[in-house]
Write a protein that binds this ligand. Structure first.
Ligand SMILES: *Cc1c(COP(=O)(O)O)cnc(C)c1O
Length: 384
């Protein structure tokens, strides 16, 4: 951190590994996969994947084939399999390379990318199944069924049709049947039980296939939802994943320096648009971070609405006015010793990422995946 002049991210890979172990223990006897799409939710595939593999991950999920290629490269560069830490939950022998599933599925023009890296598509329409039958050369794949989200997946009728078409099914030889929950973060919602019941029914048409339904929040809905494989993403990265559960260990801490502390008179306005006026005199600290670093512009404040806060010298300091591209202002009127050079925590152990996201009208997922390439990153290694 010491050398970073702008937003500095500290990414704790031992917390990531600990979060995986906690989710794997909760998932057992099901295997626990790791979802590392969108550059491992913004924290970095190149660093997250070796740490997760060393913690015992045998199955990875990404959204895009390019992301799958990066996972494969990260795995081949880290010495794997690691005989020191086999995952006792995994039904897959540790001598096999981890599986990499591509959630967005398969189009014929991607065949080369899949073959080169040994990627497995999550096939989500009959057209995708047919394309994989023509181009997949019998390599592993998953079948996704839509059970109510109306995003990706074969309809229940298409799934039953596929189950009857033995020729097509044997041409693609799937290894996994999966579906995705729309409301898992709200355990009381009736949609969860409805999706579970439909998934259980469709599964009877594919009696030999391992099944997977639960994302991070789904793991906590109960043993019925875990099947043979769980697929947590956000919980690995330490952000909130369900209304009734605290997040796991903090993985990402974002900090920025105070560049100057200034006095603003009663009646003055601050920032672009003069969107916030001061009714009383205020002391203001200007921080070296802004929306170009991925700190959300919507986390700012105005005369009409409060914004997020940062953590500075042990106190909370409210964000004042609009967040600029490279700068933001916070209220240090009640932090008299605040001074240039201080480090403010924008989110981390003292300022939950989800509180910042909520103040910006969004969720931790969006804040994490918005972190920009300009932000400096320091990785704390996973302890063996
Ligand atoms: C993103 C995703 C996950 C992981 O969800 P989290 O809420 O981050 O745990 C699991 N399955 C599918 C299909 C996804 O798209």
């Amino acid at each position: 951190m010491a050398s970073a002049s702008g937003l500095a991210l500290t990414i704790d890979l031992s917390a990531l590994a600990a979060n995986y172990r906690a989710l794997a223990a909760l998932s057992a006897p099901a295997e626990c996969a790791a979802v590392v799409k969108a550059d491992a939710y913004g924290i970095g595939i190149d660093q997250a994947v070796p740490a997760l593999a060393a913690a015992g991950v045998r199955t990875f999920f990404v959204a895009l084939p390019e992301e799958g290629a990066r996972v494969a490269a990260a795995l081949s560069q880290s010495r794997l399999p690691n005989p020191q830490s086999p995952n006792p939950q995994s039904p897959i022998p540790n001598s096999q390379p981890p599986a990499i599933y591509v959630l967005n599925g398969f189009l014929a023009e991607w065949a080369g990318a899949f073959r080169a890296r040994g990627l497995a598509p999550v096939l989500s329409s009959l057209a995708m199944v047919e394309a994989w039958a023509a181009h997949g050369h019998g390599a592993p794949c998953a079948i996704q069924v839509d059970t109510g989200m109306n995003r990706l997946g074969l309809s229940p009728d298409e799934a039953r049709e596929l189950a009857r078409r033995g020729d097509l099914l044997s041409a693609v030889s799937p290894q996994l049947l999966m579906s995705h929950l729309a409301c898992a973060d709200e355990p009381g919602r009736a949609e969860n039980r409805a999706q579970l019941a439909l998934f259980q029914e469709i599964r009877r048409a594919f009696p030999t296939l391992p099944a997977s339904l639960a994302n991070s929040a789904g793991i906590h809905l109960g043993a019925d939802y875990r099947f043979e494989l769980t697929r947590p993403g956000i919980a690995l990265y330490g952000a909130a994943f369900a209304k009734d559960r605290p997040p796991l260990s903090t993985v990402v801490t974002a900090q920025a320096r105070v560049l100057q502390v200034r006095e603003a008179a009663a009646g003055a306005a601050i920032g672009y648009g003069a969107a916030l006026h001061f009714s009383e005199a205020r002391r203001v600290a200007i921080l070296a971070a802004g929306y170009a670093d991925g700190y959300l512009r919507a986390a700012g404040s105005s005369d009409a609405r409060a914004g997020a806060a940062v953590f500075l010298r042990g106190r909370r300091a409210a964000v004042l006015g609009r967040v600029s591209m490279d700068l933001m202002a916070v209220d240090v009127t009640d932090i008299p010793d605040a001074a240039a050079g201080d480090l403010a925590e924008l989110f981390g152990p003292n300022m939950p990422i989800d509180a910042v996201a909520a103040a910006a009208g969004t969720i931790g997922y969006e804040l994490l995946t918005s972190l920009s390439r300009r932000a400096a990153r320091v990785y704390l290694p996973a302890r063996p």
